[in-house]
Design a protein around this ligand. Structure first.
Ligand code: FE
Ligand code: FE
Ligand code: MG
Length: 166
């Protein structure tokens, strides 16, 4: 990023980079959670669920890319070592040790709810200091809101089906 582009963020750049690196770590962990969840998931509606998980995995990876680009613009460095993702992450990682479709959906819903809170908080922190990061957080937030809705929709469909089959 050019000089003036950085100047407007000024003394806040370091703090913004720190927050972006936390979100960046979340995105990679979310990416892998979806990616591996799609491989492991078993039970009713597993094909529909796996397809949605793959789609979300790709979108989380895109988020990681968008966040990394902004970190670089602010002359920061994206977290270099995967082992450090755990240290920085807000939302962590849910081990899909029980690959039953309902468990996988619930884990990922929890992750999305954390992501929504993370980007909402990032927007509030950037509101008066960094309009570009504010706008980035808004774009990503829109995706995370959609992700939560998609997963809750699938969970409702699953519960409805199980109810009818009882
Ligand atoms: Fe994301
Ligand atoms: Fe998401
Ligand atoms: Mg979706």
């Amino acid at each position: 990023m050019g000089t003036v582009g950085r100047q407007i963020v000024g003394k806040h750049a370091e703090k913004v980079v720190e927050l972006l690196n936390k979100a960046y770590s979340d995105e990679w962990l979310a990416y892998y959670q979806y990616w591996v969840g799609a491989k492991l998931v078993v039970g009713p509606m597993k094909d529909a669920v796996a397809a949605e998980l793959v789609e979300h995995a790709n979108e989380e990876l895109l988020h990681a890319d968008m966040v990394a680009m902004r970190i670089l613009q602010l002359k920061g460095t994206p977290v270099r070592k995967p082992e450090d993702w755990y240290k920085h992450s807000n939302c962590g990682y849910e081990d899909p040790s029980d690959p039953y479709v309902q468990m996988i959906l619930e884990q990922n819903i929890k992750g999305e709810q954390c992501a929504i809170k993370t980007y909402d908080a990032l927007m509030k922190k950037c509101k008066d200091v960094d309009p570009v990061t504010y706008n980035l957080a808004l774009k990503i937030l829109e995706d995370e809101v959609e992700h939560e809705e998609d997963l809750q929709g699938l969970l409702e469909d699953l519960q409805e089906m199980l109810r009818r089959n009882r």
